[in-house]
Design a protein around this ligand. Structure first.
Ligand code: AMP
Length: 115
């Protein structure tokens, strides 16, 4: 069964898509943590960071390049932003389709890892 991000990529679920090409789709997070919160998602299914294969290295680089380009477009490059990939239970991953969070637009403070 297709996961929620596959459905967004296929156009079966609505999303605020800000960028797409043959490798990735980027859309605004439905529950934003900051004024800019965009998810950069590979079009092919890679469930978690653990599933990244050697042949995916260019794709992962492309995801980061798209993130920095979208940060420029959002006007948050100079102030800065955070890029996050959550993996599995301890990482707090909720959707098992690899995604890169681009978060910014306000000071994010220290990256807190609660005990
Ligand atoms: P993660 O915890 O890293 O798996 O993050 C999953 C993210 O997906 C969360 O920030 C959710 O708010 C976001 N999300 C879940 N469903 C949707 C959706 N339909 N459209 C946009 N973002 C979503």
């Amino acid at each position: 069964m297709a996961n929620i991000f596959e459905k967004i990529i296929a156009g079966e679920l609505p999303a605020d898509i800000v960028y797409r090409d043959d490798q990735v789709t980027a859309f605004r997070d439905i529950n934003p943590a900051a004024p800019t919160h965009i998810l950069i998602v590979p079009n092919k299914v890679i469930p978690t960071a653990n599933d990244i294969q050697p042949e995916d290295e260019p794709l992962i680089g492309h995801m980061i390049y798209v993130a920095k380009s979208l940060a420029e477009k959002e006007g948050i490059s100079q102030d800065g932003y955070r890029l996050i990939i959550n993996c599995n239970r301890h990482g707090g991953q909720e959707v098992f389709h690899l995604h890169l969070h681009l978060i910014g637009g306000r000071p994010l403070g220290p990256m807190v890892v609660r005990k």
